[in-house]
Design a protein. Structure first.
Length: 190
């Protein structure tokens, strides 16, 4: 009888464990894309960053975990036509003034929860690590068995990305670069 009770309790615990029956979807590196947009007083710039790896795990209606690793050394620019000016911007973004990619070659997004808010719509929460600094994030996205897409707005000041930031420097005038930058992502799963 004691063994039967123990077995029933163990089965009950297993049945209520969300990760036990989670469905894990691995991303396709070649078909997934992140587009960044940074804005300043006098305009904006856009470009791409490549994903190195990633997955989402779903249990029932909700997502229970996930992790995406971004190759910060892959930062590119898409809106500047002049090759010299483009190279100067990309080099500056990779420098210690911004993302310091020699020391911090990757950034990571860890998904802790994705709660369903509508048909294929979710509110995701988790943590983002950039330049060795980790902060909580939340964002809305659409997700299904094949795709995960949305927009993540990141406050660079929280990650010690100081260059041209009004949060760290006074009297920048029209040289100020806004702290928030956008990451529009479209991830496809294999």
């Amino acid at each position: 009888m004691k063994k039967l009770t123990t077995l029933i309790i163990a089965l009950g615990l297993l049945a209520t464990s969300p990760s036990l029956f989670a469905q894990k979807s691995e991303m396709s590196v070649t078909d997934s894309k992140i587009t960044w947009t940074g804005k300043k007083v006098t305009g904006s710039h856009t470009g791409h960053i490549k994903l190195l790896s990633g997955y989402l795990e779903k249990s029932g209606e909700d997502f229970v975990s996930g992790k995406f690793v971004v190759d910060m050394t892959s930062i590119s620019n898409q809106d500047i036509d002049d090759a010299e000016t483009k190279a100067k911007l990309v080099g500056h973004l990779k420098s210690d003034d911004f993302f310091g990619v020699d020391k911090y070659p990757t950034a990571t997004l860890v998904i802790e929860n994705g709660e369903k808010t509508g048909a294929d719509k979710y509110k995701f929460t988790g943590k983002m690590m950039i330049k060795g600094n980790t902060n909580p994030v939340s964002f809305d996205a659409t997700a299904d068995d094949k795709t995960f897409e949305g927009k993540l707005v990141v406050d660079r000041a929280k990650y010690d990305v100081r260059y041209g930031s009004g949060s760290f420097f006074d009297n920048l005038g029209d040289k100020m670069i806004y702290d928030d930058f956008e990451l529009d992502f479209m991830v496809t799963f294999e």
